[in-house]
Design a protein around this ligand. Structure first.
Ligand code: ADP
Ligand code: ADP
Length: 216
């Protein structure tokens, strides 16, 4: 049966970084809703144009279009064995839709690592984040610097700072997370799927904690 792991946690806690590492270690595909939206922005699709107006303000893109985008992604052949979901679901409506779509694939959410850290840490991480133009590989100027400044180690593409990583937008995103995404913690805890992971640790230690939970 397919395996689906949902990484839950506030903006900047390290979900994308960990999903990328876990994807290599487990062979499961990394599905990031934020990366999918940014692809659409880059390609100037209708979805990208719609998403931009919400992303620029630090608001969530409406559930219906977000759910349709994820459904399309999870239906592709490379997700047959499952996926590591990063940034989705982010609302109770999305969590419900996910459960329904996975039931169609004869699957279920197997594990929900909840990675957390205090807002001051999140702001420090997001403000030093550099993202790769080509594939969204993630760096930090202090905690995970690229070998060559401004260039992605993996594909050599340019690194940029996301528009929504500026201080005012980050504060809004953290509030949106507290209001709209936090209810998912209780939801998945009541299903016995939630495991708490201390996101303040260095990248490698967070990975080890996640791998220990996945092996159980
Ligand atoms: P998220 O996907 O949750 O928004 P990212 O994975 O993009 O978070 O990480 C946010 C920033 O923090 C990036 O610059 C990343 O390099 C850095 N980072 C991620 N995990 C850690 C960690 N455990 N310790 C220090 N910095 C981290
Ligand atoms: P971070 O992990 O730093 O919060 P993401 O890359 O996951 O950033 O998300 C960036 C933006 O994309 C969000 O602020 C939101 O506008 C949009 N977005 C991403 N995932 C979702 C989702 N599941 N539902 C609605 N909007 C989303």
């Amino acid at each position: 049966m397919a395996t689906y792991i949902v990484l839950l946690g506030p903006p900047g806690v390290g979900k994308g970084t960990q999903a990328n590492i876990l994807s290599k270690k487990t062979g499961l595909v990394h599905v990031s809703s934020g990366d999918l939206f940014r692809e659409n922005l880059k390609n100037e699709t209708d979805l990208g144009k719609l998403a931009r107006s919400f992303m620029d303000k630090g608001e969530l893109v409406p559930d219906d279009v977000t759910i349709a985008m994820i459904k399309d992604r999870l239906s592709r052949p490379d997700c047959k064995a499952g996926a590591i979901l990063d940034g989705f679901p982010r609302t109770p409506v999305q969590a419900e839709a996910l459960q329904k779509m996975l039931a169609n694939f004869k699957g279920d959410v197997n594990l929900v690592p909840f990675i957390s850290a205090a807002p001051s840490i999140l702001i420090e991480r997001v403000s030093g984040r550099w993202t790769c133009r080509a594939k969204g590989h993630i760096y930090h100027q202090k905690f995970n610097p690229p070998v060559v400044a401004g260039r992605c180690d993996v594909d050599g593409s340019e690194l940029y700072q996301r528009d929504d990583d500026k201080a005012e937008t980050v504060a809004r995103r953290i509030n949106v997370y507290l209001e709209q995404t936090m209810p998912l913690v209780a939801h998945y805890r009541s299903q016995n799927k939630l495991v708490e992971v201390d996101g303040t640790q260095p990248i490698e230690q967070v990975t080890n904690a996640l791998l220990a939970e996945i092996k159980k």
